[in-house]
Design a protein. Structure first.
Length: 247
């Protein structure tokens, strides 16, 4: 039973994630207790699939790694779909969260994301490509991220789509652009795979200089005989030479 649970855990880890994550801020927090100061870390993590879903989470832990992991878990649970129109937001919105105030406006095609701080990260991971963003309150990245997330949740696109033909056309343009991008990615992957296979074939080809001839079956190899070294006898010292040495 335990082995089965371990296999399930491994398979769960191998599954590709359907979202991207970014850490906005990592802070060291000190808590003063009777025994002294207790140091911990807090991390703000933003998660999104760039297709209209985004989430935010704040995690705390004894080290940065555990804090980021906890923040990611909280952000994944908090992921919510956002009502967009193509590659922008349906209407202008201003939202307040604590001391943070954020203003968001829709933009034309090719404008990009004109925003700073953690507002830009939230908008990017939500899949918004053209938008104006302005900070009207605090500069704290955590409060600004929460403010932007709440502002995106309040967006509604039903009335805009009914009354504005331009926005309906924009939705269709976004679908066509995504389909074109997908076909390009598939073609690029195929080209990379072909190049990889060609490189492997070149590596596997043997060098002609060092090709060994195949040995025929039934033919016995002649045993290699090593040359025998002749022992050289040492010349004995004559008696006359010994006498001279004694003298």
């Amino acid at each position: 039973m335990q082995n089965r649970n371990n296999k399930n855990r491994r398979n769960h880890r191998r599954q590709p994630r359907g979202y991207e994550k970014k850490t906005v801020s990592i802070r060291r927090v000190a808590k003063v207790t009777k025994g002294g100061r207790r140091l911990r870390f807090s991390a703000m993590v933003i998660v999104g699939d760039k297709k209209g879903k985004v989430g935010i989470g704040l995690g705390r832990g004894s080290d940065t790694r555990s804090a980021v992991e906890k923040g990611e878990r909280v952000a994944v649970k908090a992921m919510t779909p956002i009502q967009l129109i193509g590659d922008t937001i349906p209407h202008e919105i201003e939202h307040k969260h604590g001391s943070a105030r954020v203003l968001l406006r829709p933009a034309k095609q090719g404008t990009g994301i004109i925003a700073g701080s953690s507002v830009r990260v939230v908008l990017e991971l939500a899949g918004i490509e053209n938008v104006y963003g302005k900070l009207l309150g605090s500069n704290d990245p955590i409060s600004n991220a929460y403010c932007t997330f709440e502002a995106l949740q309040e967006l509604r696109n039903g009335r805009v789509l009914r009354k504005m033909r331009v926005m309906r056309e924009r939705v269709q343009w976004k679908k066509d652009a995504d389909a074109e991008r997908k076909t390009k990615e598939i073609a690029k992957r195929k080209a990379n795979r072909k190049n990889y296979q060609k490189d492997n074939r070149k590596k596997q080809k043997p060098n002609k200089k060092f090709v060994t001839k195949p040995v025929k079956k039934g033919v016995k190899k002649k045993p290699v005989t090593k040359p025998v070294k002749k022992e050289v006898k040492k010349k004995s010292v004559t008696k006359s030479v010994k006498k001279e040495v004694k003298k």
